[in-house]
Design a protein around this ligand. Structure first.
Ligand code: ATP
Ligand code: BUA
Length: 355
């Protein structure tokens, strides 16, 4: 029996869990006080207190790091790489600490895992957000200076695709799926025979989401950029964090938005528009797969809302079988990624900056 510690840091919390083989035996979402977070200007300055909190969690559960056989950490913002489970090495830790271009709490996971392992147990990351399996046409943006980039909720999208393939009784690598992860951010991708050949970049393309603006009218956006309205940092925050539902309704919580919609037609319209844009993206990804789709999979926090899912279904149900997996399965996905290596059903991928 293998004991696997999974580590998934978010902006305000660190999710941790211990699995015995494939079974979760304990888990906790450790909330970090904003007073603690504010003390540290850079993400990497948070290593110390987050590591302490993980050790406390183990202690509360009667475990020591020596009882753990492997650590499964959320992959950070690495350069584009293929899907799979990577062994964390010194180079990856160095990249995440000093070289990655984007500050993101997930960058902490492999670094903390590596420090906790003290080089005695293997640390793995599975399906980071920069998984890139694009077909060549998908990389072309429209101007040669800019390439489209693959940035997606790969970890959750890949595990629900595995669940769906089991449910329909077909080999994972022979299925074609359109997969919509609907969380704080939204990724809608076309997965052809196991590979995500196209997806909206979850930070700056596709539907608007609870917190992000999604794709915008380009000419008018340019006018905003060259006005005095925002500096670079402020505009980025407006688009990713204060866009979407937050921008229109002042909340990132769909449940709140539905409550507002009972009295406010504008709120109702905004919810309908978010469903409309998601349905439109699902249609586009269906076409990427030439209409040959085994299922349209819907997952993420928004998939908990039946009325919202119904708004999407109204538009896309003619396109294929719809399978809904509410919530997120990231902890399970991390543990299973490590477990497939420990039980020798898969080999770990070696990471270097150039993979
Ligand atoms: N039962 C529910 N009914 C309606 N909406 C819900 C429900 N549960 C969660 N949500 C909504 O789901 C969204 C958050 O989804 P999720 O928890 O997947 O996001 P996240 O993990 O913060 O971000 P991301 O998925 O982008 O990493 C919020 O808008 C929240 O209000
Ligand atoms: C960019 C995809 C993952 C995230 O939203 O953090």
């Amino acid at each position: 029996m293998y004991k696997i510690l999974t580590i998934n840091p978010g902006s305000t919390s660190t999710k941790v869990a211990v699995f015995e083989d494939e079974k979760m035996i304990s888990s906790e979402t450790i909330e970090h006080k904003s007073s603690e977070l504010k003390k540290h200007e850079n993400i990497m300055d948070q290593i110390g207190f987050r590591k302490e909190a993980i050790l406390k969690f183990l202690d509360k559960n009667g475990l020591k790091i020596n009882d753990i056989h492997s650590i499964a950490a959320r992959g950070g913002i690495l350069p584009p790489l293929k899907s799979g489970t990577y062994l964390v090495n010194e180079d990856m830790v160095h990249y995440l600490k000093f070289e990655t271009k984007t500050e993101h709490a997930s960058n902490l996971a492999a670094v903390i895992g590596y420090e906790l392992s003290d080089n005695k147990i293997p640390v793995y990351v599975t399906d980071p957000v920069s998984v890139d399996e694009f077909c060549e046409e998908a990389r072309i943006s429209g101007i040669k200076e800019l390439k489209r980039k693959s940035l997606l909720h790969a970890l959750n999208m890949k595990i629900v695709a595995r669940k769906a393939s089991e449910e329909i009784g077909k080999e994972y690598n022979s299925c074609n799926f359109v997969i919509a992860h609907l969380g704080g951010g939204i990724s809608v991708g076309a997965q052809k025979e196991g590979k995500m050949i196209d997806v909206n970049n979850a930070n700056d393309e596709g539907p608007f989401s609870p917190e992000r603006a999604g794709e915008l009218p380009m000419g008018d956006l340019l006018k905003i950029i060259f006005s005095d309205l925002y500096n670079h940092k402020e505009l980025k925050k407006r688009l990713i964090g204060h866009g979407g539902l937050v921008g229109y309704l002042g909340t990132n919580d769909l449940r709140e938005a539905f409550k507002m919609a009972q009295k406010d037609e504008k709120a109702e319209l905004v919810i309908e528009a978010m469903a409309y844009q998601i349905a439109k993206e699902i249609g586009a990804m269906t076409v990427v797969l030439n209409g040959e789709v085994d299922a349209i999979i819907i997952t993420g926090g928004l998939a908990n809302s039946e009325p919202f899912i119904n708004l999407i279904k109204e538009r896309v149900s003619k396109l294929g079988l719809i399978m809904v997996y509410p919530g997120s399965f990231e902890m399970e996905a991390l543990a299973l990624g490590a477990f497939r290596i420990l039980n020798n059903s898969e080999s770990p991928l070696n990471w270097s900056k150039e993979v």
